[in-house]
Design a protein around this ligand. Structure first.
Ligand code: ZN
Length: 339
């Protein structure tokens, strides 16, 4: 199928599972009741994605509060009580982050059962997302390594263990989320891609990297206002990504100041074209989605294009996210018919 739609990853949590329209919501339940409710929510979103015509679905991150900490919660070598105030994403926001006090080690598989559960409930392609090594390092304080590149490589090793198990559980695509990639462009070229490739080493399933301009939260909106009339961060990192072992790149296009022509720097990669704006509650029309796909087609073969969301939809109202899923599916269908 041409233009098989997928999503960047996260979807809103239903109101009975967690607080709504928040990036760091509190769960509404605990223990076994929480575990059951997470599975119910994942099922619900798999169904919504399938009904919308999404060809590669995700669990919508229904099993974790946050895409980075969800993976790190059970990893040894991190002191969650030793909080350090740190400006993350190059001081875009200041938060209290936990501190790395030793070599990270997985105490157990993290997301494997969740992936297996989703696998048993869909015949569509299944994608599972993990935080990328650079983004992990930008969300933790270093009290052990002394060099961010060394810390990233240590986390890449345990991400790789996890990714290989996800693949064994039947996942079709492992995607690493690296929003830090368009903030620290020099580091990406120096060690970020090497760490990413280490995390993906030995995988036979498809691999992807998601690089975006973030959720539609206030701090990001202010940051974007400082980036000027054209956002050209991708230009500095796409050549190295194109030369890497990663198969697909998920990028932001809809309603953004990213020149879509920059995808010409990724001639050998699958392209997840962000055709849904996650920073607005306005639901796109199928025509708007098809127009973004048509713009991408001016710069890349149709065979390499997967319509996608700009970023995760976690903080959006549930009805808005459902509407955007349907617009994505309908827009891809419209683009197919217009060929
Ligand atoms: Zn994103």
């Amino acid at each position: 199928m041409l233009f098989p739609p997928t999503i960047a990853g996260s979807l809103p949590k239903p109101g009975w599972l967690a607080e709504t329209e928040k990036l760091w919501p509190k769960w509404r339940l605990e223990g076994d009741a929480l575990a059951e409710a997470k599975r119910d929510a994942a099922l619900l979103w798999i169904k919504e994605q399938e009904d919308a015509g999404i060809e590669t679905v995700t669990d919508g991150e229904q099993f974790r509060i946050h895409f980075v900490h969800g993976f790190l919660e059970t990893v040894e070598g991190i002191d969650w009580n030793l909080k350090t105030k740190m400006g993350i994403r190059n001081n875009r926001y200041v938060v209290d982050v936990p501190t790395v006090t030793g070599k990270p080690r997985r105490s157990r598989p993290v997301h494997c059962d969740e992936a297996a559960f989703c696998r048993s409930h869909t015949g569509k392609g299944l994608k599972f997302t993990l935080p990328g090594p650079m983004t992990i390092c930008d969300t933790l304080a270093d009290g052990h390594f002394g060099r961010r590149a060394d810390m990233a490589m240590a986390f890449a090793e345990i991400l790789n263990e996890e990714a290989l198990e996800l693949e064994a559980a039947g996942v079709d695509v492992v995607q690493f989320d690296e929003p830090a990639f368009n903030v620290f462009m020099d580091d990406v070229n120096e060690w970020g891609i090497a760490a990413l490739e280490r995390a993906a080493r030995g995988l036979k399933c498809r691999t992807a990297v998601h690089i975006c301009y973030g959720y539609g939260i206030e701090a990001n909106i202010r940051w974007k206002e400082t980036l000027g009339g054209e956002w050209r961060q991708y230009e500095q990192i796409f050549p190295a990504i194109n030369a890497s072992a990663i198969d697909e790149v998920s990028l932001e296009c809809a309603n953004s100041r990213v020149p879509v022509s920059l995808i010409r720097l990724l001639p050998d990669k699958g392209l997840l074209i962000g055709a849904i704006d996650v920073a607005s509650n306005e639901v796109e029309t199928a025509g708007q989605v098809a127009a973004t796909i048509a713009e991408a087609r001016r710069h890349a073969d149709a065979e390499r294009i997967q319509p996608c969301t700009n970023c995760g939809m976690a903080p959006l109202p549930r009805a808005v996210a459902v509407g955007k899923l349907r617009a994505l599916g309908a827009g891809a269908e419209l683009a197919r018919r217009s060929l």
